[in-house]
Design a protein around this ligand. Structure first.
Ligand code: SF4
Length: 396
C-alpha cells in the first residue's frame, strides 16, 4: 500500500500541478484524450481536472471494453444464453448492459436462463470441468489486457480435452480504436473534437508495448504518453504531453516505466498469436465497423469458438437513439450533455453501457461530479484538497 500511496501524495500532486500551470502557455489550449476508462475514473476520483489550468482540457476516449461493445454483439450473447443447454459465464458489468429491446443478461437470468457471473476467466473453465453435462460458454470481452488470459484458457481447455467449453470472443484492439478517432470526420474535418495528444493505457501497453503507438505519433503528429492509473501518473503524463506540444514534438513516451517496455510482454503476445487471428471487420459502439480491429479464434481451435460451435447468427442492431453513448465514446459529447443523465439513466437503471461499466464515462460523472460543471474547474476533494499547497487552478 505504501507503494500506491506514493503515487497519491497530495504535496507531490500540487508541485506537479504548479509545474503544469507554469509550462502551459496561456495563448493556447491543450486537448488531451485519455483513451482508457481507467484513467477517466482516476481523473474524477482524485480530482485531477481541478488541479489543471483552465486551458488544459481532458477529453474522454473509448477505452472501456463494455462501453464499446456493439449492441448486435451483446444480442449474440443473449442468443447463446437463451439456449437451454448453455451456461453463459460473464463478468458482472456485462450482465446489466441493455441489449436490443431493453433485454439484458440479468433479465434473462431472472427468467431462468443459466447466466453466471465470474471474477476471472478461469472460473468459466472450472465450471466446465465440474459440470460436464453443461455447454459452458465464456463471454470474453476486453482489450489486449485480458486477451492473453482468454488464449491461455483455450489452450488449457484443449490440454484437458474439454468438449463442453467454448469462448464467445469479443476481444478488440486499442491501436485500431485510436486510428478511428484520428480518422473520424469530427477530428479531421469538422473540428468538433480536438485531440492534441493521447494519454495511453498502461495495462494494455504492458502487453503490447509502447511500439504500436509510434505510428500515430509519427503519421498523425500526436504525442502519446503511456501512463499508470494513479493520480501522479496522470499528472506526470499531462506534463510530458504539454512539454512535447510546446516543443512541437510528437513522439511516444513511457511514464509507466515500472510496467511497460517498448516490446511489451513477448510471452503474452505469443499466446495471443497462437490462438487468435485478426477479423477483417468488427462493429464498435460509437465507432462503427472498423477494419482489423478485433480478434477471432483461429480455425485450429474452432471447437472452442462459440460462434462456430453454435452457428450463431449475428445481425446489426440499432442503438437506443435517446442514449448519447456513441457520441460520448467518440469524445464529441459529455455525459452531462445527455438529457437522460442522472434522471432516467442512473447506475441502478442504466439506459446505456457508459452508465453500467465501472470504467464508463457516465458512471464516472454520476459517481463523482453530479451537478458540477466539469469544464469550469470547480474544486473537488481528493488529491487536490489533501495538499497544503493548493494550486491556484484548484480553487478557481
Ligand atoms: S447518461 Fe445514460 S442514456 Fe445518457 S449517454 Fe450516458 S448511458 Fe447513455
Amino acid at each position: 500500500m505504501r507503494f500506491i500511496d506514493g503515487f497519491r501524495d497530495g504535496r507531490s500532486a500540487a508541485a506537479l500541478a504548479r509545474l503544469i500551470d507554469a509550462e502551459a502557455r496561456r495563448e493556447r489550449d491543450y486537448y488531451l484524450m485519455e483513451f482508457c476508462g481507467g484513467h477517466t475514473h482516476a481523473i474524477f476520483r482524485h480530482g485531477v481536472q481541478d488541479l489543471l489550468p483552465p486551458n488544459v482540457h481532458l477529453v474522454h476516449g473509448p477505452g472501456c471494453p463494455v462501453c464499446v461493445l456493439a449492441t448486435g454483439r451483446l444480442d449474440g450473447a443473449l442468443e447463446l444464453a437463451r439456449r437451454p443447454e448453455i451456461t453463459l459465464v460473464s463478468y458482472g458489468d456485462m450482465l446489466r448492459v441493455p441489449a436490443s429491446r431493453r433485454a439484458s443478461l440479468l433479465k434473462l437470468r431472472a427468467g431462468g436462463a443459466d447466466v453466471r457471473m465470474a471474477y476471472s476467466a478461469a472460473e468459466a473453465l472450472q465450471i466446465a470441468r465440474t459440470e460436464p453435462h453443461r455447454q459452458v460458454v465464456f463471454f470474453a470481452v476486453g482489450f489486449e489486457t485480458t486477451t492473453p488470459a482468454t488464449a491461455h484458457l483455450i489452450l488449457e481447455a484443449q490440454r484437458l480435452g474439454l468438449a463442453n467449453f467454448s469462448v464467445y470472443c469479443n476481444h478488440v484492439l486499442t491501436p485500431a480504436a485510436i486510428l478511428s478517432i484520428l480518422d473520424a470526420p469530427e477530428v479531421r474535418e469538422l473540428g468538433a473534437v480536438r485531440v492534441d495528444g493521447f494519454i495511453g493505457p498502461s495495462h494494455v501497453s504492458a502487453v503490447i508495448g509502447s511500439q504500436p503507438y509510434e505510428y500515430f505519433a509519427e503519421e498523425y503528429q500526436r504525442p502519446v504518453v503511456i501512463a499508470g492509473f494513479e493520480p501522479l501518473d496522470v499528472l506526470l503524463a499531462i506534463r510530458m504531453l504539454i512539454e512535447q506540444l510546446n516543443q512541437g514534438r510528437a513522439c511516444v513516451q513511457n511514464e509507466f516505466t515500472r510496467g511497460v517496455t517498448r516490446e511489451g510482454n513477448r510471452r503474452a503476445q505469443q499466446l495471443v498469436a497462437e490462438v487468435f487471428e485478426l477479423r477483417s471487420s468488427f462493429p464498435w459502439r460509437g465507432l462503427g465497423e472498423l477494419p482489423y480491429s478485433a480478434l477471432r479464434i483461429k480455425a485450429a481451435y474452432a471447437r472452442f469458438d462459440a460462434e462456430r460451435r453454435f452457428e450463431l447468427t449475428l445481425a446489426p442492431a440499432a442503438e437506443n437513439k435517446a442514449c448519447q453513448c456513441p457520441a460520448i465514446i467518440r469524445g464529441v459529447r459529455k455525459p452531462t450533455d445527455c438529457a437522460l443523465f442522472g434522471s432516467v439513466c442512473t447506475p441502478r437503471n442504466p439506459i446505456g453501457s457508459c452508465m453500467v461499466s465501472a470504467e464508463g464515462a457516465c458512471a464516472a460523472y454520476y459517481k463523482y461530479r453530479r451537478g458540477v460543471s466539469v469544464s469550469s474547474g470547480v474544486s473537488a476533494p481528493s488529491v487536490a484538497s489533501t495538499s497544503s499547497h493548493a494550486h491556484p487552478a484548484a480553487s478557481a
